[in-house]
Design a protein. Sequence first.
Length: 418
Amino acid sequence: MQLLAFGINHHTAPVNVREKAAFAPEHLTRALHEVTHSGAANEATILSTCNRTEVYCDLDPEREDLLIEWFCDYHRLKSDDIRPYVYQHIDEAAVRHAFRVAAGLDSLVVGEPQILGQMKDAFAIAHKSGATGKILNHLFQQTFSVAKQVRTDTAIGASPVSVASTAVQLAKRIFDTLADKTVLLIGAGETIELAGRHLKQNGIGHMIVANRTLERAEAVAAEFHAEAIALAELPNRLADADIVISSTASQLPILGKGAVERALKARKHRPMYMVDIAVPRDIEAEVAELDDVYLYTVDDLSQVVQENKLSRLEAAREAERIIEIQVTDFMRWVATLDVVPTIRALRDSANELRELELKRARRRLARGEDPQKVIEQLARALTNKFTHAPSAALTQAELEESLQLNDAARRLFNLREK
């Protein structure tokens, strides 16, 4: 038996390689059936996300190359084209890798929680398809337990580490709740989309997406069931916004001090939280001088993000210590699997000897022999036969082997020095 974690990820392969090696969700069951029935692996679980494709498996050591061949054949890839990007973790290293991935330590953003859910889904599919057994079932149950312990015992997920998520977290500090608040998102790029996702996850009441191109604003708004407007409508809608997050490619400010003053007057000076993530800036710096406005620039948020990253790195170090303890625990469990056949054989042998001597004892009793003498003979026979094999091994062993066997015998039979 050998545990293997095999795959590529954002650390080792560019996106044009990762997309070629990805498994479509609807084809996972078929892929799992193929890899386990082809002889490439005894058990398997496939984790396929935008940042990684990994196969966790239990296989015979000599079948590693067969697994890679299957992987390449499945994706119609040439072995030489994929090998430079592939990593392989064996046994203890494979266990450590699984624990680190689930805890978010191997993610693009350290500590991100989404990967744990993705791993749970991957295992659920593999388990349901019959591709897992004793080894992977135990590995993934402990993996999920370790990830939970890391989340509980460290602060690895406590601090946001992207500008978009930090902006939303600051909004939650300024307002008691976001459920009755309106956010105006200016722009339609990746940062704005990410901010929209975080706002939606945190229960924002209403969302407006403004962009120079209305069609693009509508495309982003559709994801969040938000309202889309053209940039030209900003002067009339700014007063509706409790929160403004702006990130455009404009070379000139989109919101000036005068426009914000008019909006505050229409709002009867209810506070506005404004985040300018753009470079060059979308919101005039003078807006910060106004009462009832909390204005943050990308530099303000970047400083918070950097502090939070340092906090997560310290939490990650704590998580690594937890993982090392749990890896040792798992490998001890694996080691017990090797002795199970020996224990079973020992018990079977003892049971055979017992049944043989019991039959002889019953025959002697049936012939009317003295029960006391029969019992004594039964006890002597069992003692002699149980001790014969270990006694012979001890007396026939060479010197060095004899010393090792002697120590082992004392431990196995709990013998005390006399």
